[in-house]
Write a protein that binds this ligand. Sequence first.
Ligand code: ADP
Ligand code: MG
Length: 684
Amino acid sequence: MYKHIYKNLETFNLKGLGEKTNKGLKKLGINSLYDLLYYFPRAYDDRTNMKKIGELRGEEYVVIKAKIMSLESPQVRSGLKMVKARATDGTGVIELVWFQMPYLKKTLKVGEEYIFIGNVKVGYILQMVGAEYKLLKNQNNLGGEILPIYSSSKEITQNTIRRILKEAINNYLNIFQENIPPEIISEYKIMNRIKALKSIHFPENDKMLEEAKRRFGIEELLVLEMGILEKRFEVSSKNNGKYKLDGKSNLVKEFLKNLEFDLTRAQKRVITEIHKCLNEGKVINHLIQGDVGSGKTVVSTLLLLYMIENGYQTVIMAPTEILATQHLFSIKKAFEKLGVNVELLTGSVKGKKREAMLEKISNGEINLVIGTHALIEENVVFLNLGLVVIDEQHRFGVVQRKLLRDKGILSNLIVMSATPIPRSLALSIYGDLDVAIIDELPPGRQPIKTKWLQSEEEKEKMYDFIDKKIKEGRQAYFVAPLIEESEKLSIKSTSEIYEEILQKLPKFRIGVLHGKMKSSEKDQVMKDFKDGELDILVSTLVIEVGVNIPNSTIMVISDAERFGLSTLHQLRGRVGRGEKQSYCFLLSKTRNEGSGIRLKILEETQDGFKIAEEDLKLRKPGEIFGTRQSGISDLKFIDIVHDVKTIKLVKDICTDYLLKTDGKIENEFLRVDIEEKFKESLTS
Ligand code: ADP
Ligand code: MG
């Protein structure tokens, strides 16, 4: 049975797999047979590259061939058992030392030749501690042997992993049925699974190793992409029906007439693109990407109106109450002028008011519901939901997306991403979405002057500068250092900054915003700030995304080194939203090189796509997008930023395949692998 590969290791009969070894393997993340065989070497020892002792210069991991000249077990201190050997290959002498392996005194033989593998230390004498050893005369095909090197641990040595893997490969390899459809295997000349598993662990030669690596690169992407694309086929095979307006919406026209600005070309392009899909009867399934401030909201607003006039209900889901409330503020007035009913549904709408609202949602009275994940709750039922818009996508997982979408009678979905990401990455993370990019900022935006301030002196100057700017009528954000999601600490960190500002800028009105406040209190503070009743807003990360107050032109971020690059870019994006020159001050005394690089990048560029790319170079994608959401952080062979070609290839392979099969995955083994992969990402 194929499914058995996902069963725990102890259900298999593997020689040498005792309780202790099993525990050790678990610690390395190896639970099932699959985990074991897919525990690939982190490197290989190419025996063809054996070194001479006389060539050894620095500290390195090497393979040598040498004859043991002497062997002893000196008494160093009680309890410490040491075996020491001296060996030579005619070009030099090396000392080999093992601890707590007293039996080696008997196993190793003076006068015999061995292969030794390990780290060389160069001190007063060349030394290798804990080297792996093999009797030379037992090594038959020495010339071509390439040995795997695994990440090992205290409990599990290299040798144990190799032994268990050999066992598993000898006895259970046949369970690993081919999970790539045969026509793909032959068309793309992919090494078959069994051969590849053998070759990745114990390659016969370099060429086979390379082919095995290629195979697993394709396989891991294939499992991921097939799974994602299959869902998309499910969606797009649904028919969306006809829209009576056929593109001519009065609401849209009216709304545009009242709008204070003209849409940018990029905005128009994206709207047209999505409209076209709708009118062709396709289910829309779009990711709208655009840098901070590129005006994603208005784009989705126009699509909402179009759907509403066609008689459907619509939803906007935002990750925080603040953001949901802000959407409400910015949309409600304009919509009500047009006779569209808009309501806000968040966790803090309770009791009678909530009941009444749910009633109006279920009978279709409300045309647009703006809210947080409270919208996902079961008792929120729509009469005829036709379009879901999700703002700042990376905060929500695939599951939440699906739950909300399933409430609709049409499955139209638009997500707006706050984090601009390279297209290749978007393709794989959001493989189930069409990506539309707004690659243009509204006119008149000035670059935000960004400065990394390292000294107290510079900070003093900054306060003088802010003093001047506020007197000119501007406002300022101060962001408190990032602290683990502890509410107590978040209060502390905001109040420290508050105290400092109070001292340096005593004449101004200061508001504070932190995680511990009730949402009504937060709303009030935000409102006061927006209305200009406050000059300065001290806040924790809650203002990271989406907040839009053009008169606030100064952003000060304390302990900036604690934030990731993308987060800093988002925070900075809170300013520079109007016509006035904006400023961002990054306060940090860090001497850490990596942090320094990040802050420098921010000083130098404002291009969100470039920043995201830099960020990806510095961190793993999983850290940015959340491990479980995407499955991409488990990729072992594919470098999501650079392997654009393979990603594209696999995407095409999958699309072709699904087109031919009508969206069904017919290979039962691939089926099982996909279920397994997505089970993992749904449950955690
Ligand atoms: P984001 O893409 O970061 O979500 P928003 O949709 O919040 O950006 O828009 C940022 C600001 O730019 C808002 O104040 C919005 O009204 C304004 N804006 C959007 N489109 C345009 C445009 N074409 N011309 C001028 N201002 C615009
Ligand atoms: Mg936004």
